[in-house]
Design a binder for this molecule. Structure first.
Ligand SMILES: Nc1ncnc2c1ncn2[C@@H]1O[C@H](COP(=O)(O)OP(=O)(O)OP(=O)(O)O)[C@@H](O)[C@H]1O
Ligand SMILES: [Mg+2]
Length: 211
C-alpha cells in the first residue's frame, strides 16, 4: 500500500535520508525520532506536500513522486487523510461547515449526512453548529480526525497528535485514530516524539538513527 524506497528528503538540501518502508493495507506504524530529526518532513513528503530530492514513494499503484504538484494535490484530496499538529480549523465556520469545506476543497461531493454520522460516532454531533473557538482541545481534535477520514482515505497520516495532551486524552486520541483507521481499513502512520504513544504500536520506525 505504502512503499517508500531510498528517499532523500528536505527543503532544497537534505534533512533526512530514509532507506525505506513498506506498509500493507490496514497496517499501523509509528514514526519516532528526536525533535528536528525529520518526522514531519517525512509525513509531508508522503502526502506529496513536499518534493522529494531523490527516491520513490508509492501509495497503492500510484507513484506520487512521479506526479505533478497539481496531480499530487488531487490525489491527496481523494486518498489521504491528514491530521496536523495544529488543527487548521477555519475559525469563522462551524464544525459541520469545516467538514463541508474540506470536501469542497478536495473536489469531493459534500455529503452532509455522512459527515454528521462521523460526528455522531466521535461523540461530537451536539457540537456540529459550534465554532472551533467554542470547543475544548479534545473536541477540536476529534473534528480534525473527522475531517481527515471524511473521504475514506486509504492512508491516514497524523503528525504529533498527542503532544499537547494529558495522559488520559493521549490514550483516548490514539485509540480513536487507530479505531477510525481500522474502520476505514486505512493504513496508518503516526509521527511522534511522545514516548507514551509507543506502547500502542507493534511497528515502530526511528528516523533519528541510521537505518
Ligand atoms: N520549511 C522548512 N525549510 C527549511 N528547513 C526546514 C523546514 N521545515 C523543517 N526544516 C528543517 O528540517 C529538519 C527536520 O524538521 P522536521 O520538522 O521534519 O522535524 P521533526 O522530526 O518533525 O521535529 P519535531 O519533533 O520538533 O516536530 C529540521 O532541521 C528543520 O529545521
Ligand atoms: Mg514535527
Amino acid at each position: 500500500m505504502l512503499d517508500i524506497s531510498a528517499v532523500s528528503l528536505g527543503y532544497g538540501s537534505e534533512v533526512l535520508r530514509f532507506s525505506g518502508l513498506k506498509l500493507g493495507k490496514g497496517e499501523q506504524c509509528l514514526i519516532t525520532g528526536p525533535s528536528g530529526s525529520g518526522k514531519t518532513t517525512l509525513l509531508y513528503s508522503i502526502a506529496g506536500l513536499l518534493d522529494v530530492l531523490s527516491g520513490k514513494i508509492s501509495i497503492g499503484d500510484t507513484e506520487i513522486t512521479g506526479l505533478s504538484e497539481q496531480a499530487r494535490d488531487h490525489f491527496r484530496g481523494r486518498h489521504i487523510g491528514m491530521i496536523f499538529q495544529t488543527l487548521h480549523l477555519v475559525k469563522s465556520l462551524s464544525v459541520i461547515e469545516n467538514l463541508m469545506l474540506a470536501s469542497y476543497v478536495s473536489g469531493m461531493p459534500q455529503d452532509r449526512a455522512y459527515a454528521e454520522s462521523i460526528l455522531k460516532k466521535l461523540d461530537i454531533y451536539d457540537k456540529k453548529d459550534a465554532l472551533p473557538s467554542q470547543l475544548s482541545q479534545g473536541q477540536a481534535q476529534r473534528v480534525a480526525i473527522a475531517r481527515a477520514v471524511l473521504h475514506h482515505p486509504v492512508l491516514l497520516l497524523a503528525d504529533e497528535p498527542t503532544s499537547s495532551l494529558d495522559d488520559a486524552s493521549c490514550e483516548a486520541v490514539i485509540t480513536l485514530i487507530r479505531q477510525v483507521a481500522e474502520e476505514n481499513n486505512a493504513t496508518l502512520l503516526i509521527s511522534t516524539h511522545d514516548a507514551r504513544v509507543k506502547k500502542y504500536f507493534t511497528q515502530v520506525v526511528n528516523v533519528g538513527v541510521p537505518s
